[in-house]
Design a protein. Structure first.
Length: 194
């Protein structure tokens, strides 16, 4: 049985999914959170760093953590162009709150200089992570970004990155690269609980 531990990193969360000593780290937070994440990972042998998507608030520490923890980086290939710049995939919002968050996010993206890295594992819908010592699989959740993925932990817990958001209230992603695709992914998540 794999367990999920949340590491709070400001507005985003990172997660450690572990089974005994073996663990994967999901998302990496912003630079300010590097020490917190390293500390949380200490009790484990981190076998893989998974990015739910490559926006800087989730991926900024990927290069450093890969080196510190000695773990490869895994993500969906459709987000690779975001490593260079988070402006490489357009982002839109419709609702009022979404527009406010969008403008703040775009400012943050333009300030962020993410340290370049090359993912060594590409994940897609249906991939199984048992070879990394935990019972989990990958769910494709495109829409927020083209390569957004979620991690289904033993059919009990689902880590969705920004495919769903919970800033002031839980909602589908308020920012999206493709609204229709994003909504289909949100429906897919709802269907998983049935
Ligand atoms: Zn995002």
């Amino acid at each position: 049985m794999s367990t999920v531990q949340r590491i709070k990193c400001g507005l985003v969360n990172c997660y450690i999914v572990s089974d005994g000593d073996s663990a994967i780290l999901i998302d990496t937070g912003k630079k300010d959170n590097l020490d917190t994440v390293v500390e949380a990972c200490k009790p484990y042998k981190i076998k893989l760093i998974v990015l739910t998507h490559a926006h800087c608030d989730h991926a900024e520490n990927a290069a450093d953590l890969s080196e510190i923890l000695g773990a490869p980086i895994a993500m969906h290939k459709d987000d690779v162009n975001l490593i260079e710049s988070n402006n490489n995939q357009s982002l839109s919002a419709r609702v009022f709150l979404g527009k406010i968050i969008l403008s703040a996010s775009l400012k943050e993206f333009s300030r962020s200089k993410m340290k370049a890295f090359t993912p060594s594992v590409f994940l897609k819908d249906g991939d199984d992570l048992t070879e990394y010592g935990i019972a989990a699989k990958v769910i494709g959740l495109p829409g927020h970004t083209k390569g957004s993925i979620g991690i289904d932990v033993g059919g009990k817990e689902l880590i969705v990155g920004d495919a769903l958001m919970n800033m002031f209230y839980p909602t589908v992603a308020m920012l999206y690269n493709d609204e229709k695709v994003m909504k289909d992914s949100a429906k897919k998540i709802t269907g998983l609980g049935e």
